[in-house]
Design a protein around this ligand. Structure first.
Ligand SMILES: CC(C)(COP(=O)(O)OP(=O)(O)OC[C@H]1O[C@@H](n2cnc3c(N)ncnc32)[C@H](O)[C@@H]1OP(=O)(O)O)[C@@H](O)C(=O)NCCC(=O)NCCS
Length: 173
């Protein structure tokens, strides 16, 4: 990946980011983003080993990328509408903590709302649960482990996206 980004206040950095629909040509870079994510190293590696974000998948679902002014892809999400679920959400390791994940959640909430949804289900990577809570999701349950690919339980959450359910504002912003 490119050089590390400097870390001014998250909101300021994320403001320079644009979100666009992913195209089939993004498949390789989105696949690399998933496979290289440090959050899936060590005990979690089985989940992303061999994982591929394919062109067909990108064309079939709501896949949107966050890119900087140079067009570098810093993160993406994949929203599946049938049944409604946030399937993937990744921010590049060196771009985390800058507000990009929050921007992606705001964007996916708009897309889900436009599709007539009130809530979106999220089955979270355990270390990411507090991120989802921070942006307004609430815990609804636990999805049991499915070894060998997913040998750990995962938190299940619900993200409200209907009218009046704006993504929780960051306090003090
Ligand atoms: C989880 C992830 C998408 C968050 O993206 P991000 O760009 O780093 O998040 P943001 O900077 O927008 O953070 C938004 C808020 O959540 C908080 N937050 C982010 N990650 C958090 C975490 N792991 N635990 C607790 N809070 C977290 C931030 O402090 C911030 O709070 P604030 O705005 O109220 O101050 C990103 O860390 C990531 O890609 N992780 C690896 C892959 C992964 O686990 N994806 C989820 C799969 S289910």
């Amino acid at each position: 990946m490119g050089s590390r980004l400097t870390r001014p206040r998250g909101g300021a950095r994320a403001a320079a980011v644009t979100i666009r629909r992913a195209t089939a040509g993004d498949a390789g870079r989105l696949t690399r983003l998933v496979r290289r994510s440090r959050a899936y190293e060590g005990p979690y590696a089985s989940m992303v080993a061999g994982y591929r974000v394919g062109q067909d998948y990108i064309e079939a679902h709501e896949v949107h990328v966050a890119a900087d002014g140079d067009g570098r892809v810093l993160g993406f999400y994949a929203l599946v509408l049938e049944p409604p679920e946030l399937d993937l959400m990744f921010v590049a390791d060196d771009a985390q903590g800058l507000g990009i994940g929050r921007r992606l959640v705001e964007h996916l909430a708009e897309r889900a709302r436009a599709a007539g949804l009130d809530t979106v289900r999220v089955v979270a990577h355990p270390p990411a649960e507090d991120f989802y809570r921070r942006v307004g999701a609430r815990r609804t349950g636990t999805v049991a482990a499915r070894p060998p690919a997913v040998p750990w339980d995962r938190p299940e959450l619900e993200l409200p996206v209907g009218r009046g359910a704006e993504v929780t504002e960051r306090e003090g912003r």
